[in-house]
Ligand binder design. Sequence first.
Ligand code: GLN
Length: 534
Amino acid sequence: MQVKQRHFVIVAGSLMSGLGKGIVTSSIGRILQSRGLKVVPIKFDGYLNVDCGTMNPYRHGEVFVLDDGTECDMDFGTYERYLNVRLNCNNSLTGGKIFSTVIQKERKGEYLGYDVQIVPHLTNEIKAWIKKVGDDFDADVVLVEVGGTVGDLENGYFLEAMRQLHYEEKHATFIQLTYVPTLVSGEQKTKPTQHANRLLASLGINPRIVICRESEMLGPDSKRKISMFCNVPEMNIFDDPDIESIYELPLFLEKQNFGDILLKELDIKSKGTDLEEWSAIVRRIKKPKKVLKIAITGKYTQVKDSYVSIKEALVHAGAHINHGVELKWIETTDLEKGNTSEELLKDCDGIIVPGGFGVRGTEGKISCAGWARENKLPYLGLCLGMQIAVISWARDKCGFKGANSTEFDEKTPHPVIDLLPEQKKIKDKGATMRLGAQDIEVKEGTEAHRIYDSKSIRERFRHRYEVNPEYIERLEKDGLVFCGKAPGTNIMQLMELKGHPFYMGTQFHPEFTSSLEKPNPLFVAFLKACAKEK
Ligand code: GLN
């Protein structure tokens, strides 16, 4: 049997962080896919955490969850949204993971007699990891995104491993992402890029393609200089300016002939491109029929990246029904200081209460959930948002004064939300929640069943608390329906209200399974309700 030739494309960011490396890497992946190639992304992150599960969204943006329960960096959400692939823990390589792999091997005696070193032991482990992921996914191209910035201490050994991979594998190409500033005088400056390229060269790495983040398109002079000082032909230098929608980037790069150039570098024959459907969706994003105003409550609202998957899931669903979405961020702690839900919500077409942890801001969310219920405003509660809806219902409709989650009030007289029994004995905080994809049995005849058009669905979870099984019967008495549960258990995973245009809560995170080309049905149904469409 002929062994498939595998190619490696390595994207390294230079000069500074925040250049949108994840979006560039995903766009490159989508371009390669559109040329009929099978692509798998891998991201290296230099921190010594094993995963992102214990990081604060304020510091690191959203924690994204994969099918297998891996808690990872939000770039994985970007990959899945662009590439329609389902990734697993091996696609995310962190400093913490790679060091602990090597240390465990050392303890087992796998390096007996040797002093264990960054080169070759750690670097060999990294190369083996990357090749194995390529094999597991049977990929034509393995796309490696190097987290951090070239020159950081944290990713130095990883870049060294990539240099070796490039030397050994032959079919590998480095892409340098850089920033080209324009001064107030209007002058465009390429010197930082030249220096960053020299830094890469000093590590033995010579990028074949340079992608330039910029506030203005590269002038001919800038292109000529980058070409001359970075040893790349002018046609291998690409513009990455500010664009209206992030989903435009693959199209924008293709306009500059990116796919042909990359395939030439990889020595792959071009098969022609197919981005027509993608570009039709982007057109709908840019020219919506109508814009809906959606409130999102939260306590990380200053850091918009904390809710990036929700934002994107709304874009996908909106594009599907040709509606745009304008977000109104509601800081729920402000609500507790005096503003009423009425004041904040009356100009909105719908409200989302997203996931979250800890008591801060919860009373504000509970009052929003009540207002949306009484005023027939479409409501989508995600994870914590479902728990909030249940608490509000218990207090207002079941007469359970002071009802709460034991996460927020251990002594509540009515613990309608309580710790999952299996969580009670857990002490460690890393990867110990109820995580990843689980089956959901959907009740026939419900709104949820109509939306998903299936009795059995699978969605991704990340929680420790659940609807207290002892309260289910009482909660369901007056119109609240638990329309989805974990098969064979008492874990309620989906709820809705009878007689409301759209009032749903999910113990899972539908925002993690939405992609541009396949929006999550729940988000589509929510926006249709917001647009008052059937
Ligand atoms: N804090 C809640 C729990 O652990 C909700 C979690 C979430 O919203 N992801 O159950």
